[in-house]
Write a protein that binds this ligand. Structure first.
Ligand SMILES: Cc1cc2nc3c(=O)[nH]c(=O)nc-3n(C[C@H](O)[C@H](O)[C@H](O)COP(=O)(O)O)c2cc1C
Length: 311
């Protein structure tokens, strides 16, 4: 069974942390369709102290990884201690390219200056009992690829697993993820490596495993509106027929999402619900009118009516 430290996981598929996407309903949907580990989006310690984010995590999602972003050792460790009550793993964001995050000397800034990540990471590791993982990019830009050096430091500090997103900070989400560097990190490091970047089809999952030998594969954009990707990756590996997404299946995913949202979300945010309905139509042929009509809806009943008329 795949493991991160003492946490047993049913398979090697992980839902990527995604701000604005990974509410608890989407995490439950992903888990129910094959992801063995899900992650919160990055959480700023201050928002936890203000009680904004903590209550999103529910026990049905376990095992779950909670991601924190920041650089202040005291705040990071206090946040980790609070999150540990509900999460199984604390993940530290060392890859965010957002300029506000970089301005606070957090995210990818810390891997550009690896000596500055030592204090916050050591403090978090010594403050919690659960495994602490880290998520990095391969470097700041093409001239400063340092994923191996950074990963070795993280391993020495006691990090339990490392996610490597195969892009630089400069690339943002453009270009292609460099799986060769992920593969080099895997060869150089003894703790589990989670490969990340550009898994959109089950074949990509299989290819990443073969090409990089990573222990886990993390999927982000490929899972948005496509929770069946996890199940399909597992099916592909076992040579089973894949689940074809059609309008009916998208609607059933939507109803499942909606039930989770109504039951567990601390928010009552219709535009968040509608956004997931629209994402679920990704890849459905001839759905542009439906998408347009759904985007004009103002409540759940009219959204459901419009969707159902098309079935
Ligand atoms: C909308 C969106 C939000 C994201 N938010 C986070 C985040 O909160 N923390 C993080 O570490 N990465 C975040 N990422 C990066 C993803 O976790 C992942 O590394 C990236 O999308 C590459 O994987 P993919 O090709 O499977 O999408 C985000 C990506 C997207 C598209």
């Amino acid at each position: 069974m795949p493991k991160i430290a003492n946490i047993n996981l049913e398979n090697n598929l992980v839902l990527a942390p995604m701000l604005g996407v990974n509410c608890n309903a989407f995490r439950l949907l992903s888990k129910n369709h094959g992801a063995s580990l899900v992650s919160t989006p990055m959480i700023h310690p201050d928002s936890i102290f203000n009680q904004k984010d903590k209550d999103d995590i529910i026990k049905q999602e376990k095992p779950i990884s909670a991601q924190i972003v920041g650089k202040d050792p005291e705040k990071m460790s206090r946040a980790a201690i609070i999150l540990e009550e509900k999460a199984d793993i604390i993940d530290i964001n060392l890859g965010c390219p957002d300029k506000d995050v970089l301005a606070q000397q957090s995210g990818a800034f810390l891997t550009k200056h690896p000596e500055q990540m030592i204090k916050p990471i050591s403090k978090v590791i010594s403050s919690v009992n659960c495994p602490v993982t880290a998520k990095i990019r391969i470097g700041w830009d093409n001239n400063s690829i340092n994923a191996i050096e950074v990963s070795k430091k993280l391993e020495d500090l006691g990090i339990a697993a490392i996610t490597v997103h195969g892009r630089t900070r400069k690339q943002g989400y453009t270009g292609e993820a460099d799986w060769d560097i992920i593969s080099e990190v895997k060869k150089a490091i003894n703790i589990p490596i989670i490969g990340n970047g550009d898994i959109f089809e089950p074949e990509d999952y299989q290819n990443m495993l073969e090409k990089t030998n990573v222990d886990f594969v993390m999927i982000g954009r490929g899972a948005t509106g496509n929770p069946q990707i996890f199940e399909n990756c597992l099916r592909y590996k076992e040579g089973k027929a894949l689940i074809e997404k059609d309008l009916k299946l998208s609607y059933s995913f939507f109803l499942e999402f909606l039930n989770y949202y109504k039951e567990y979300s601390p928010r009552d945010n219709f535009s968040e619900i509608r956004q997931h309905a629209l994402w679920l139509l990704k890849g459905i042929k001839n759905s542009s009118n439906l998408k347009k009509n759904l985007s004009l809806t103002k409540n759940i009943e009219s959204l459901k009516n419009i969707f159902e008329k098309e079935l």
